[in-house]
Design a protein around this ligand. Structure first.
Ligand code: GLC
Length: 735
């Protein structure tokens, strides 16, 4: 009995001790040395990591879905703001919750998520990219980051940067076009802007999620050199510039391995080669394993309880830890990365909480983004700008321009103040609703030309629209093409018989202006029949005012295309989009066809002429570019060119510098600068060239190599309008 009693007593003591220790460990520690903001984010994270229990560590490496449309057995996570994701706080240690909102064009909500909430919508991503102005990108990021913070969010799932390999991709409107240097600089600055508001930004979707069809099963096939010189270079440049706290790995596979368990992408490239210190979160439903994903570099499972087959980063991961398949040191590394990104963004010191939002100021940021990024594609006989003082009558036609402007669909959708100006358009369910932001061009055009008789005709009655055009001095036709996450366009055509509408209006009145509200390039069979075409993509907040400013010349368009505009599908690397039209989804999409020659590099390498080239855009004034000179400064090649405004209006031009490496047919954008000039003004621009565009990625050496030889450097106003090249002899070198 005695022995048993002693044993029982010993067990009681051990249990009590464990409980006490456990409680002690779970007690709030006396001091919080990680609160010392003088320490580096990594040092602070290390101090805090040491305090965490295992359960607390497991709490941090997964988020909960905080959205609507959830199964009854999956309760809404307590404490979350209704949004995309939520990681509960650890009050004992002062670790705030992570409140994660979509997305890159503003703080997303919908009629299903936070009904009645609203935010300021930026224009589509290509508009910011088309500004060729990193400061515009920064201001846009800072604006949406600020709104997120003032709504209580400290993570914004922004930073969409997938290159436009596929003009029909339904999510091109969220991204920044086809070129790694332009996309990398623009999205990098947008991320920097978001994080200036003490909100962690993601960069996404890592990597090669370049079409939506079969996005969660398809494998993107590509060689290492090609992917390093294209999609991954865009991420590399943006991560260097913006230092996003998190990378979101994508749904698709890359060369057969899921992106969210792809050791090459996450461990070898992102964390080893680039030294990325932050964390990788999955896309919502992108996790397919525990040990493989964790050992491949995934740090946080997003919303697994709803979107994954099971919550891999709970029991299966604990099991993998117990069997030694996953080491404790890796779990600690995951947590370290999450905490250091929280410290780096200032999430602890600057807690996100509801605060007033300066909606007028934020709307101005959206408006100015469109004014900087709208692209004037055609302007025959200087139809534009309109002389509003002499304008007697103006026909405004189509695309619900009497009510608002179109937005793209899916998780990035923002509900603007005033809600949907045209509710009820199909699809109303995912990836809808089809949203028109209530910034009506008609109202703004009437304000722009108060003396004119400005009438509206919806485009569905073509005869009536043509008749209105015939009796008006000028006609402006708004055309639209809705695009959305999870679907791709079957072709480049405008829907709803809009081509017939434009043709009829142009026949009735040759002084016809077309304004495009679209997600990507569209076919324009009527192009030669119209006087002018202005590309505004999904034009965002206060778009009507911006359009009026642009059409009246109050603002001189200065956008340049961030993408190549194909004449037709035959010009593309893939005439048919893999998986389009339904049926069994294709196992893979072959990006080895073009490799790194995405967009204009594809056209140039095959001697094709797109309808409009990358970098193209007209102005209401004229610019002269002087001869290009080259110099080496600090080991870096830099281009110098003088740009003059030889016209009668102030405006901005973009000096674009392209490099042709020995033996290549295609040229590569290696640097650019936008300059605003008054009439008669001129400016000498010095543009540093990004060395990685002079180099090839050498797979054998696993690094960037300048092959050496004679390089041709061009400067001009687009990828096709280039001056006399300057030859430069470069020695072979490694970067
Ligand atoms: C979506 C998107 C991603 C978004 C996430 C949360 O499926 O792919 O961009 O941030 O899920 O909504």
């Amino acid at each position: 009995m005695k022995g048993k009693a002693v044993a029982a007593l010993r067990r009681a003591i051990v249990m009590g001790l464990c409980t006490w220790l456990g409680t002690a460990a779970a007690q709030a520690p006396a001091a919080r040395p990680w609160s010392d903001a003088a320490l580096s984010p990594d040092a602070r994270a290390k101090l805090l990591l040491a305090q965490l229990t295992q359960d607390e560590k497991f709490q941090l490496i997964r988020s909960y879905y905080a959205g609507p449309d959830r199964p009854p057995n999956k309760p809404f996570p307590q404490g979350a703001i209704e949004s995309a994701g939520y990681v509960p706080a650890i009050a004992r240690l002062g670790i705030p919750a992570l409140e994660e909102s979509d997305a890159g064009l503003g703080v997303a909500s919908s009629d299903r998520m936070r009904p009645g909430d609203h935010a300021t919508p930026l224009p589509a991503g290509p508009v910011t990219a088309a500004s060729w102005d990193p400061q515009v990108a920064y201001r846009g990021g800072a604006m949406i980051g600020g709104e997120a913070h003032h709504k209580g969010f400290n993570v914004l799932l922004a930073g969409g940067i997938n290159l436009m390999r596929e003009p029909r991709n339904g999510r091109n409107f969220e991204y920044a076009g086809e070129d790694p240097l332009l996309a990398g600089s623009i999205v990098g600055e947008a991320i920097r802007g978001v994080q200036s508001a003490h909100v962690i930004s993601t960069i996404k979707h890592f990597a090669l999620n370049d079409q939506e069809t079969a996005r969660d099963t398809i494998s993107a096939q590509i060689g290492e050199q090609a992917v390093r010189e294209s999609d991954l270079l865009a991420f590399e440049l943006a991560i260097e510039r913006g230092q996003p706290g998190a990378v979101m790995c994508s749904y698709n596979k890359v060369n057969g391995d899921w992106a969210c368990e792809n050791d090459y992408l996450m461990n070898q490239v992102l964390k080893r080669d680039w030294g990325y210190p932050g964390f990788v979160m999955s896309d919502w439903g992108g996790v397919h394993s525990a040990a493989k994903a964790v050992n491949a570099g995934l740090d946080q499972e997003s919303a697994g309880e709803i979107f994954d087959k099971e919550v891999y980063f709970d029991a299966p991961l604990r099991e993998a830890l117990a069997t030694g398949e996953v080491k404790q040191s890796r779990i600690d590394d995951m947590v370290q990365r999450i905490l250091r990104s929280m410290f780096a963004a200032g999430v602890f010191e600057h807690p996100a909480r509801p605060a007033p939002i300066d909606e007028a100021a934020n709307l101005a940021v959206a408006r100015e983004t469109l004014e900087a990024g709208a692209v004037l594609l055609r302007n025959e006989h200087e139809l534009l700008p309109l002389d509003v003082d002499k304008l007697a009558s103006l026909a405004v036609i189509g695309a619900h321009a009497d009510k608002g402007v179109l937005a793209g669909g899916g998780s990035s959708l923002v509900t603007a103040k005033g809600g949907n100006a045209v509710p009820g358009l199909a699809p109303t369910g995912w990836p809808g609703p089809v949203m028109y932001h209530p910034y009506a061009p008609l109202k703004a055009l009437r304000a722009m030309a108060p003396k004119a008789d400005v009438q509206f005709a919806e485009g569905n009655d073509i005869a009536a629209a043509a008749a209105l055009a015939a009796r008006s001095q000028v006609a402006v036709v708004f055309v639209q093409k809705w695009a959305a996450e999870s679907v791709d366009a079957p072709d480049l055509s405008l829907p709803d018989n809009q081509d017939a509408l434009v043709a009829a209006v142009a026949r009735a009145n040759p002084r016809t202006i077309v304004v495009l509200e679209n997600g990507g390039p569209v076919a324009m069979p009527w192009l030669d029949q119209v006087g002018a075409v202005l590309e505004t993509w999904y034009p965002g907040g206060d778009a009507g005012t911006a359009m009026a400013h642009l059409l009246s010349g109050q603002v001189n368009p200065s956008g340049r295309l961030p993408l190549s505009w194909p004449r037709d599908l035959s010009q593309l690397p893939r005439k048919a989009l893999p998986g389009a039209g339904g049926g069994t989804p294709p196992a893979s999409v072959d990006y080895t066809i073009e490799g790194a020659d995405v967009g204009y590099r594809w056209y140039q390498s095959r001697g094709l002429q797109p309808l409009f080239p990358f970098g193209y855009g007209l102005s209401y004034t004229r610019f002269q570019h002087g001869p290009l000179t080259l110099a080496t400064h600090g080991g870096r090649l830099q281009a110098t060119v003088e740009v003059s405004n030889t016209g009668s209006r102030a405006g901005a031009d973009v000096a674009q510098v392209y490099v042709q490496v020995p033996g290549a047919k295609a040229r590569r954008l290696a640097g650019y600068a936008k300059v605003f000039l008054k009439p008669g003004e001129h400016r000498v621009l010095t543009i540093p060239l990004e060395r990685r565009l002079l180099a090839d990625f050498d797979v054998a050496r696993h690094g960037w190599v300048v092959r050496g030889g004679q390089y041709s450097v061009f400067e001009g106003r687009s990828s096709e309008q280039l001056g006399t090249p300057v030859q430069v002899q470069l020695p072979a070198s490694t970067l």
